[in-house]
Design a protein around this ligand. Structure first.
Ligand code: COA
Length: 300
């Protein structure tokens, strides 16, 4: 029987997450990095499905899901959050078919920029994306350290912080920060994160000046984080490391753009180690990548 692509449904998302985890770990293990992904409830996928169902697709054969694609749109940016094919079915044009469907989503949305984050060691995905007009822009490093390591070495200027609340004035401020740093509003994504029970969001202040925001999750992971001025990025990252170290998680992690010298130095000074090299690809240049730390390859 041939492979059929159809819109994803809510009941597909848990299975799709398991497929994505097995595909990621197959890839990272083949390249000598060991496993990278663990299953988690598909909360952001569910949010995206309710928000814009045109962005989520499955590829199926004999009632078995063999591939999953998921994209979302904010302002004029289309973002490919996931494109994964089951390890035993790669190379059968399933990825090609799924990307066609998600690019139709990009076309319908009128987005002028197409963006994704992929593994810098995956030649297949990069070849596929280059063919569709997305070009490599810069590295993003997934870095980590143990909490003990960090707690013992946290030093340098930090910022003041207060919890983010879902208020109109706060959402306006967050949207303005994203407009300034990324060139687009992500208000709906801030609403999602502020209401996510596994994540805490913070306003960051330099004395009385609001300088940006940071999120930290229960697993000790930092991001997204954005600052209004580039000189605030290192103190903001240090503050987020401190908040993550207080979260009780035994590991602390973040995604650091290779363009942000100050955060890379801060991470190395605190003994963080590079775990996986990733790559941002886009159809055009955008954003100020010394003032923003993405959350992960699906959220950006
Ligand atoms: C990347 C992935 C989704 C592609 O799906 P797939 O079904 O295996 O790929 P397809 O068979 O549709 O096609 C892949 C294309 O890449 C091209 N390709 C493969 N190796 C390549 C290389 N070294 N350089 C350039 N292009 C290459 C192939 O030519 C093929 O296109 P063609 O068949 O038109 O010639 C899939 O391999 C996968 O899940 N990989 C692991 C996870 C991953 O990295 N996902 C992307 C996360 S952003």
């Amino acid at each position: 029987m041939s492979v059929v692509c159809r819109p994803a449904r809510a009941q597909d998302l848990e299975f799709a997450d398991a497929l994505v985890v097995s595909s990621i770990n197959d890839l990272t293990e083949r390249h000598g990095f060991g496993p990278m992904a663990v299953s988690s409830p598909p909360r952001f996928q569910m949010f995206s499905l309710r928000d814009d169902p045109d962005g989520l697709w499955v590829a199926e054969e004999d009632d078995r899901i063999l591939g999953f694609a998921w994209s979302w749109v904010c302002s004029d940016m289309w973002f490919l959050a996931q494109l994964f094919v089951s390890p035993h079915h790669q190379g059968r044009s399933i990825g090609n078919e799924l990307i066609k469907r998600t690019l139709e989503h990009a076309g319908k949305s009128g987005a002028s920029n197409r963006v994704l984050i992929t593994f810098s060691f995956n030649t297949v995905s990069q070849g596929l994306y280059i063919r569709h007009g997305l070009l490599p822009r810069f590295s993003i490093y997934s870095v980590g350290a143990s909490r003990e390591q960090l707690a013992g070495s946290l030093q340098g200027l930090q910022l003041d912080f207060t919890p983010l609340e879902e208020e109109a004035s706060t959402l306006r401020r967050l949207a303005q920060a994203d407009e300034r740093v990324l060139g687009l509003s992500r208000e709906k994504h801030h609403r999602y994160l502020i209401n996510d029970s596994g994540t805490r969001g913070f306003n960051l202040y330099d004395r009385s000046d609001w300088v940006g925001y940071a999120y930290v999750d229960v697993g000790g992971h930092i991001g997204p984080l954005a600052v209004m001025e580039s000189h605030a990025i290192a103190p903001a990252f240090r503050t987020a490391l401190h908040l993550a170290a207080e979260s009780g998680s035994s590991r602390i992690s973040a995604f650091l753009p290779g363009t942000s010298v100050a955060v890379l130095h801060t991470a190395m000074e605190h003994g963080m180690r590079i775990k996986f090299p990733m790559l941002l690809m886009s159809s055009r240049e955008f954003g100020n990548w010394v003032q923003y730390l993405p959350r992960n390859p699906g959220f950006m």
